[in-house]
Ligand binder design. Structure first.
Ligand code: PEP
Ligand code: MN
Length: 413
């Protein structure tokens, strides 16, 4: 693995001395990133962002390609119906919560969920944490209820409600990178193998700075050193946009969120773009339709993608289609809706003879009160007691384990 670019243009190396990877892949990346990119910050002083990016290009990788290749193999087994994928963690990680206690709690809840699922599924469970880099958030509105620029994740600005704190600060990219590296050290200390990390591939200049090349000559491929698995969110999946074009150029396994507006034809276009060589497990399609729509919207998508011959991983995100506001003003989700969307996802796949490959959930090992319901029956008036998320509501430890046992029943059925 070598730094990319190995001789940045700024060093003054003449073009003919720059290798194939630097010249050709660099040009393709420039073309990809020249496309319209949704959800990017406007840094107040772009030259400061440029200096930060140069520093990031010299940083060590957070993950190594051999691990990423191993995950790709495991996702191929999921795509073939021989394994199940559990992906989860905070909606938004924060710098203050990047503590050993929080990381351990989230790892522990994932490993308890995984144990429950492995037993029921009778097949290996591949666990991918939303951790060690989940710092950039896409938002529906540019300003919040009080008219301030919206919080876009700790890698961009601060959630504190002042105009100064909400101003994008490029130095935060360096802090995010250092926190990701620190979190990965903690993860490696707890799990000798098999916790892979993932985040939403949102902030493209940061993602570009985290690329490495596997060779210099023709055939060289780019791989992200920032995470094993990266996904494209619902708000940044424009077919002619920069995020899809960037994802085409990297060899890491890729996820793509699909909301209820996606047609079967569009789903096939995505699959052809993002999995051009029909590699089983290269692409994970993450449906997030809402519990009341999944049974209607998902079947024609699964049928058409299956008919295209591509072997994708089918994963259910039962969180993002089921968000609503409580009467007392909290963004929340009901446990029953989360379970019902997964049940609908299983119904669809069982009906079509395809593999319900996995789930993608927002969970924490901490005892928060952010989602309604579950055995302890969190009610609306209890939401304020421990509502701590920086962005979307997470299932707490008890709700997460309960969810795993519901999914275990579906797997065993
Ligand atoms: C998320 O996963 O936190 C998210 C924003 O999801 P989506 O892109 O599906 O809305
Ligand atoms: Mn979220």
């Amino acid at each position: 693995m070598r730094r990319f670019p190995c001789r940045p243009a700024e060093t003054g190396a003449p073009a003919h001395e720059r290798c194939f990877a630097d010249q050709v892949l660099g040009r393709r990346l420039d073309e990809a990133l020249a496309r319209p990119a949704a959800q990017q910050p406007s840094w107040p002083a772009p030259e400061r962002a440029g200096a930060v990016i140069e520093q990031l290009q010299r940083a060590d990788p957070i993950v190594v390609p051999a691990e990423t290749a191993q995950l790709a193999d495991q996702l191929a087994s999921v795509a073939r119906g021989e394994a199940f994928l559990l992906q989860g963690g905070d909606c938004a990680e924060t710098f203050v919560d990047n503590t050993e206690a929080h990381l351990h709690a989230n790892l522990q809840v994932l490993s308890r969920m995984s144990a429950e699922l492995t037993h029921a599924a009778g097949m290996p469970v591949v666990t991918v944490a939303r951790m060690a880099g989940q710092y950039a958030k896409p938002r529906s509105n540019a300003v919040d209820a009080s008219g301030l620029p919206v919080y876009r994740g700790d890698i961009i600005n601060s959630a504190e409600p002042t105009a100064e704190a909400r101003t994008p600060d490029p130095q935060r990219m360096l802090r995010a990178h250092a926190h990701s590296a620190g979190a990965m050290r903690v993860i490696r200390g707890v799990r000798a193998s098999g916790v892979y990390i993932s985040h939403e591939m949102l902030l493209l200049e940061y993602e570009r700075a985290g690329l490495w090349a596997d060779a210099c000559g023709p055939g060289a491929r780019l791989t992200s050193g920032l995470a094993h698995f990266l996904w494209i969110g619902e708000r940044t999946r424009q077919l002619d946009g920069a995020h899809v074009a960037f994802a085409e150029l990297i060899s890491n396994p890729i996820g793509l969120k699909l909301g209820p507006s996606v047609t079967p034809e569009l789903a096939v276009e995505y699959v052809e773009r993002l999995d051009p060589h029909a590699t089983p497990g290269r692409l994970t399609l993450v449906s997030r339709m809402g519990h009341d729509r999944v049974r209607d919207v998902l079947p024609p998508i699964v049928e058409k993608v299956t008919a295209s011959g591509h072997q994708v991983v089918w994963q259910c995100d039962p969180m993002h289609g089921n968000t609503r506001n409580s009467r007392n003003g909290f963004k929340t989700r009901h446990f029953d809706h989360v379970v019902d969307e997964i049940a609908g996802f299983f119904d669809v796949h069982r009906g079509l003879g395809t593999h319900p490959g996995g789930i993608h959930v927002e969970v924490t090992g901490e005892d928060v009160t952010e989602c309604l319901g579950g055995t302890s029956g969190i009610a609306e008036h209890e939401l304020p007691t421990r509502y701590r998320t920086a962005c979307d509501p997470r299932l707490n430890a008890e709700q997460s384990i309960e969810l795993a046992s519901c999914v275990a029943e579906l797997l065993a059925a």
